[in-house]
Design a binder for this molecule. Structure first.
Ligand code: GYE
Length: 363
């Protein structure tokens, strides 16, 4: 069977017969595949992480304290920006949790996705004399001097959401998703889908990447880059859409104009996925004829799984405020906390979307 525009409905099964599952878009085939697949491979329990990493907490002795005696701990939150639905929910979760009733005050700095500005933001928070810094880093490199300055100023620093490539004696703890594991969950789902449907057509993938140099991008991209050669998948296009809907749409439009065939879209967040779907529609393509893989799990994206537009979402939990608050309280009380704690995350496809939408974040 020749591939025309290599849409999902044209994917050839063994003996050249396209399975009903493919014809009816994202439904049954994908879900069967996924249920044998990603569950159990995702997430790391807090306790698992704790025991795996407790030994590396040495070298960092700062713990959160109410240094000015006002009865509250002031947390300076160096946030990435406002690029996505995930980010909006993440910010909201901090604003809701870090209030006087919970023993906190919040000082908020928005880096507008600019890694250099964010370094200045952290310096400003140090200057303001906040009592704890929570850094959600735009990108993972170049942080040593700033982290050393925070340490020298005696301000404990927590890394959340995305990780850093620095020595772990420069920060108290990391809390957030395991980005490479999320990517592996998505990749495993695709492998299982292909097996369950006996797909024999070439798999041609469009890879929409997140902000280059963020661990959210690095981990999710690595999972695909590692799996592609082993599975003989072709990544036909790969470019960043900077985690925004507008850029995701623009990049997908340019790919469509260049005209190479593809049948899978691996988009590293929901917002870029929305943009890609818009671009497909504008070009007169049916989004349901592609296998669409997304990340995060915003409510509207979960609805798109139910509607058959998105095939699978590797979950990423943005509601980190209360959990970071808990870690601060524990550490302030003298408890030893793990160097790394990963959120427990799974995936959403047609088998569980109706259930997952009930608790999905955002709009
Ligand atoms: O997936 C994306 C956001 O760092 C996990 O950043 C986060 C990512 C999230 O812009 O939507």
């Amino acid at each position: 069977m020749t591939i025309t525009h290599t849409a999902k409905k044209t994917l050839a099964a063994v003996a050249g017969i396209a399975l009903a599952a493919s014809l009816t878009a994202c439904g049954g085939g994908g879900s069967d595949a996924a249920s044998t697949g990603a569950a159990g491979t995702t997430g790391t329990t807090a306790s698992g992480s704790a025991s795996a990493t407790a030994a590396s907490t040495g070298g960092y002795n700062l713990v959160p304290k109410d240094t000015n005696g006002d009865g509250l701990i002031t947390v300076g939150f160096a946030q990435v920006g406002a690029e996505s639905g995930w980010r909006t929910a993440n910010t909201q979760s901090y604003q809701d949790y870090f209030v006087a009733a919970n023993g906190f005050k919040l000082a908020f700095a928005d880096a507008n996705q600019d890694a250099d500005k964010q370094k200045q933001d952290v310096r400003d928070l140090i200057q303001q004399g906040v009592e704890v810094i929570d850094l959600a880093p735009v990108t993972d490199s170049g942080w040593e001097p700033v982290l050393q300055e925070a340490k020298d100023a005696g301000i404990p620093l927590i890394v959340s959401d995305r990780q850093l490539s620095v020595s772990d004696d420069l920060y108290l703890t990391y809390f957030g998703g395991n980005m490479e594991q999320e990517g592996k969950t998505a990749v495993k789902w695709l492998e299982d889908y292909i097996k369950a449907n006996n797909v024999t057509d070439p798999i041609n993938i469009v890879h929409l990447q997140g902000t280059i140099g963020s661990t959210a991008q690095k981990g999710r991209s690595k999972a695909l880059t590692d799996a592609a050669p082993a599975n003989k998948w072709n990544v036909v296009y790969e470019q960043t859409g900077e985690f925004t809907q507008a850029k995701g749409q623009e990049v997908m439009e340019s790919f469509l104009q260049q005209g190479k065939d593809f049948n899978v879209i691996y988009s590293e967040n929901d917002d870029m996925t929305y943009g890609a779907i818009e671009a497909l529609k504008a070009a007169g393509k049916d989004p349901k004829s592609y296998i669409i893989i997304s990340f995060d799990g915003n409510k509207s994206a979960v609805q798109m799984v139910i509607d058959g537009l998105i095939d699978v979402i590797a979950e990423c939990n943005p509601l980190l405020g209360p959990q970071v608050g808990d870690l601060i309280k524990k550490s302030a009380a003298g408890d030893k906390i793990a160097k790394i704690t990963y959120s427990v995350e799974s995936f959403i496809d047609s088998t569980n979307a109706a259930e997952k939408i009930k608790t999905a974040f955002g709009s």
